[in-house]
Design a protein around this ligand. Structure first.
Ligand code: PAF
Length: 287
């Protein structure tokens, strides 16, 4: 595996891979890799001839008072994991390489980014869209893979790719890979390591309460009662607060009061011991 830290090194490495022919898949990450990321890497290897992974803790997607400084950084460990997976290229830029002095541009994606995490974390999706657009332009991959755990992020990135006519990758080659879960159902996340063993055990209430709410919504069609129950169950289980719990159209992310013909998603963000956890699951229409 080749590790590159400057744009010039990256361009040489990418043209080296391209020179050998074949396709390139990009897996953008912020590091602190877990099995969820490795699933993306394995899927990328299955689908493309070469795999590039980026590791960059992007400061512009963290708001004031968020966990930018505390965010786990473990490049040597991550690099060993990627090497073992047979990744071809690791792009690990510094903040200065990504945002040189004078950097002044930002991509804002309206609509899909305005509610949910976009409302709770002002500027977050501008930071994500801008850095992902840069990563796409730097690596020019044939496809890019993201975890469905960040459902809204995936919708924002796809919208951006469509709106800006990106060609590497095309919007349809931005692939969402199903969330990888711990044995107790908690979605894998680099932030799970902030939880004490006791809070980590409590956190499993999130996917469990979501599954119950979905079963109820799928049976009744109506969302409001199930969402209210879900919030109550989370608080009673030990969560401090619920930022949002909503049924939404899977593509537009418009809130829905009822299940319908179109694919829908239950989206939740909740806080436990100072850690904000997000999750989402598919909801079928009522029979
Ligand atoms: O999901 C993440 O890890 C980040 O938001 C991403 C897509 C790598 C952009 O910094």
């Amino acid at each position: 595996m080749q590790t590159v830290t400057t744009l010039e090194m990256l361009r040489n490495a990418v043209s080296g891979l391209r020179g050998g022919g074949g396709t390139i898949a990009l897996v953008p990450t912020m590091g602190a890799l877990h099995d969820g990321h490795l699933t993306l890497v394995r899927e990328a290897k299955r689908r493309a001839d070469h795999v590039a992974v980026s590791i960059f803790v992007n400061p512009t997607q963290f708001g004031e008072g968020e966990d930018l400084d505390a965010y786990p950084r473990q490049l040597a460990e991550d690099s060993a994991m990627l090497e073992a997976e047979g990744v071809d290229l690791l792009w690990a830029p510094t903040v200065e390489a990504m945002y040189p002095r004078g950097f002044a541009s930002s991509i804002s994606v309206d609509g899909v980014s305005s509610d949910f995490c976009g409302a709770d974390r002002p500027g977050h999706f501008e930071g994500v869209a801008t850095v992902v657009c840069k990563l796409f332009n730097q690596v020019l991959p044939d496809m890019a893979l993201f975890g469905e755990k960040d459902w809204q992020q995936l919708a924002v990135i796809r919208r951006m790719a469509r709106d800006l006519d990106l060609s590497r990758p095309l919007a349809e080659d931005i692939l969402g890979i199903p969330t990888v879960r711990e044995p107790d159902g908690l979605a894998m996340s680099s932030r799970n390591r902030y939880l004490s063993p006791q809070l980590r055990a409590t956190a499993a209430a999130l996917p469990n309460a979501m599954k119950l709410a979905i079963a109820e919504m799928e049976a009744r069609g109506d969302a409001a009662t199930s969402l209210a129950t879900l919030e109550r169950v989370l608080r009673e289980s030990g969560f401090d607060s619920v930022d949002y719990a909503a049924l939404a159209d899977a593509d537009s992310l418009q809130r829905l009061e009822r299940t319908g013909d179109r694919p829908a998603r239950l989206l939740v963000a909740a806080r436990i011991g100072g850690t904000r956890l997000i999750d989402n699951m598919a909801v079928k229409a009522a029979d």
